[in-house]
Design a protein around this ligand. Structure first.
Ligand code: ZN
Length: 126
């Protein structure tokens, strides 16, 4: 037995507390508040995933671009490249900054994903 109290932290605002809670007590985000070990693991996992996705998108865009340069006609419209490189860069940037503990991309995605859910319904300690 270690006897050490568990520490919980928020993946978004870095709030730390010994208190177990559903959702972050400080910023009110429903997800991302958990044991430090778990949060760090999640952070690392999503950093790797985002970087891989971003890298894949950029590589895909590059390979289409390279084959298009060899062809006399355009293979893909210009916005396809904008999308591929844009999202690729976004994911790589988000993934890389997650390695340094900055989870803005995860926060952004969760915000879009959970738009219809009210953050205010998170139970706050009385
Ligand atoms: Zn928070």
């Amino acid at each position: 037995m270690t006897g050490e109290p568990k520490t919980f932290m928020c993946v978004f605002c870095k709030y730390r507390s010994q208190e177990r809670n559903f959702g972050c007590p400080r910023c009110g985000r429903r997800y991302g508040y958990g044991e430090v070990r778990t949060v760090k693991a999640i952070q690392l996992a999503q950093a790797v995933v985002f970087t891989v996705i971003g890298g894949f998108l950029i590589l895909l865009g590059l390979s289409i671009l390279v084959s298009e340069l060899r062809l006399p006609y355009p293979m893909a419209p210009w916005w396809a490249f904008t999308l591929l490189f844009g999202f690729g860069a976004l994911f790589v940037a988000g993934g890389l900054s997650s390695f340094f503990g900055n989870s803005w991309l995860l926060g952004l995605l969760l915000l879009l994903f959970a738009r219809n859910q009210s953050y205010s319904s998170v139970e706050r300690p009385k």
